[in-house]
Ligand binder design. Structure first.
Ligand code: NDP
Ligand code: HSE
Length: 436
């Protein structure tokens, strides 16, 4: 059988990994795919570097339009990133009848509905295993392996850069910006690293997983997004004293009222496996009604780990390229005419537990005032830590862990607590998940 021809758009970190792994494991991959997969054309702005990387083994151009309009190309791999030129190229490739593989979670979370519709109309496949958790086959697991289940919740460490930063800060006491620079040098960070540290990248990935898990359209605009930039070293320390680790989690949950979709720093009991995922590693915990909890762990970023997922998609498409489109796995796991209109809930309606830190006067009655406010709002306390004031100080920190309550209750309580004369400054609020 003649090789399936691939056009690669962007030969940077992931593109070069894809080129190298495909070449290195060519024989094994052909034996699995049933047909050889050949990168016939590469487009990159830096043509010279692309020629060096591809060593004269394929045509190199600087205009990606030449790839998506080339009638000899069967599959286009988009590894440029962003939602500008990348979106145009993906839409053109689809319009020209080409299958698409992309690692671009930003593009899918924001324009996925439009892209999948166009692909369905054209009868081509759009595959995106690398878009969530890099080398971990989580899309395949959610879409196929867990297909018998009603998925109840997903919680994932799905941004390698922020997990790397949190781990290095905690273990080595390193400074935030130094660790971020290291993550950029290692190729983990996005072109715009604010996407990583402000939680946007994790929210893109959580959005994609939620669509597949609950059969809802992509709704990135409804996700709650909070990064790690406001996290204080003291909160990491206090959490540890109470038996918790703080991780940036992407969480989605099915409730009777709708879907919770949120990314924020989260306290997790340190005894949970996922609390011990360190460095740039990713892990996704999925709870299905039949299977219970399943955990997926591995490298969530980097050149070859991500290439591993890109090539898995290439093999899938190669195997299915001649199959009837109706026999393919639907993009979002559910048939496109069976998507649900279950709403994504506003943050005020989500239910979780909380960590509250407040700086207070060290005098009788303060704690009673705070606990009265919590009790009036039916917020029950799970644990509490009061620090000894430092030598000669008259103020101290109180840390309270609550049982589950609605976010709007905690917001109302904080508003009242901050008005107490004996409480100084803002109350720090972090969310806590037992993940049991
Ligand atoms: P890089 O920046 O390393 O690579 C992008 C490449 O695309 C660069 O070589 C760039 O060239 C080239 N490029 C930019 N604009 C164009 C254009 N108009 N036409 C042709 N080529 C162009 O990014 P990554 O490889 O890190 O990421 C690629 C995608 O994969 C992104 O969507 C990212 O979010 C996603 N991803 C990345 C992971 C990672 O670990 N890095 C993991 C999972 C997903 P130049 O350098 O000259 O600008
Ligand atoms: N910037 C992303 C991360 C790359 O750090 O996880 C993988 O998607």
């Amino acid at each position: 059988m003649k090789p399936i021809k691939v056009g690669l758009l962007g030969i940077g970190t992931v593109g070069s990994g894809t080129f190298n792994v495909l070449k290195r494991n060519q024989l094994e991959i052909t034996r699995r795919a049933g047909r050889s997969i050949e990168i016939a054309m590469v487009a990159d702005l830096n043509v010279e570097r692309a020629r060096e990387l591809t060593n004269g083994e394929c045509e190199v151009v600087n205009d990606a339009n030449l790839v998506v309009s080339n009638p000899d190309i069967d599959i286009v791999i988009e590894l440029i990133g962003g939602y500008g030129i990348a979106k145009d190229l993906v839409m053109k490739a689809i319009a020209n009848g080409k299958h698409v593989v992309t690692a671009n979670k930003a593009l899918l979370a924001t324009h996925g509905n439009e892209i999948f519709k166009a692909a369905e109309e054209k009868g081509v496949m759009v595959a995106f295993e690398a878009a969530v958790a890099g080398g971990i086959p989580i899309i395949k697991a959610l879409r196929e392996g867990l297909t018998a289940n009603r998925i109840q919740w997903i919680a994932g460490i799905i941004n390698g850069t922020t997990n790397f930063i949190l781990s290095e800060m905690r273990d080595k006491g390193l400074d935030f910006s130094a660790v971020l620079k290291q993550a950029q040098e290692l190729g983990y960070a996005e072109a715009d690293p604010t996407f990583d540290i402000e939680g946007v990248d994790a929210a893109h990935k959580a959005t994609i997983m939620a669509s597949i898990a609950y059969g809802i359209p992509m709704q990135f605009d409804k996700a709650h997004v909070e990064g790690i930039t406001k996290l204080q070293a003291s909160d990491i320390r206090y959490a540890e004293e109470l038996g918790y680790r703080i991780k940036l989690l992407g969480i989605s949950k099915r409730t009777e009222a709708g879907i919770e979709l949120r990314v924020h720093p989260t306290l997790i009991p340190e005894k949970r496996l996922i609390a011990n995922v360190e460095g740039a590693m990713n892990a996704v915990l999925v709870h299905g009604d039949a299977v219970g909890a399943t955990l997926y762990y591995g490298k969530g970023a980097g050149s070859e780990p991500t290439a591993s997922a890109v090539i898995a998609d290439l093999v899938d498409i190669t195997r299915l390229a001649t199959a009837d489109p109706e026999h393919r796995v639907p993009y979002l796991a559910f048939q496109s005419n069976s998507l649900s209109d279950l709403p994504v809930l506003p943050m005020a309606e989500i239910v979780t537990s909380y960590y509250l830190r407040m700086h207070v006067a060290d005098k009788p009655g303060v704690l009673a005032d705070v606990t009265r406010i919590l009790a009036d709002l039916t917020i029950s306390i799970d644990a509490m830590l009061q620090k000894e004031p430092a030598e000669g100080e008259t103020q101290t920190d109180i840390i309270i862990l609550t049982h589950q309550t609605k976010e709007k209750n905690i917001v109302a309580a904080i508003e009242k607590i901050e008005k107490l004369d004996s409480v100084f400054g803002a109350v720090t609020k972090l969310r806590l998940e037992e993940l049991s």
